[in-house]
Design a protein around this ligand. Structure first.
Ligand SMILES: [Ca+2]
Length: 102
């Protein structure tokens, strides 16, 4: 709300209608708007409106699923570990079951 007498161009809230075409979150800005993808594992696609999956296996390469095989999934990723190993809680590596105290 504008309490002053201003010579301003009124802002259009593009988000008011259909979230501005954004798949997830629309953020209204002065004279423009931006889409955001707040769901974990998703990022804003090149069209600046839709959300696409992050390929964590490619993005984090050696930082995830060490000693195992990383498989990208929609919105997340999974590690496949050898027998006797299980995925660490943060999925950074496959760890021997002895180390998990189980
Ligand atoms: Ca993913």
């Amino acid at each position: 709300m504008c309490a002053c007498v201003c010579v301003c161009v009124p802002d259009v809230d593009e988000c008011a209608e259909n979230k501005g075409g954004c798949q997830d979150v629309c953020v209204n800005k002065w004279g423009t708007y931006k889409c955001r993808c707040e769901q974990r594992g998703l990022r804003l696609a090149k069209d600046n409106h839709s959300c696409e999956d992050v390929d964590e296996c490619k993005r984090y390469k050696t930082k995830v699923c060490r000693h195992g095989v990383c498989s990208n999934t929609d919105g997340s990723f999974v590690c496949t570990c050898k027998a006797g190993f299980s995925t660490a809680t943060d999925r950074s590596a496959c760890i021997g079951n002895r180390e998990t105290n189980m």
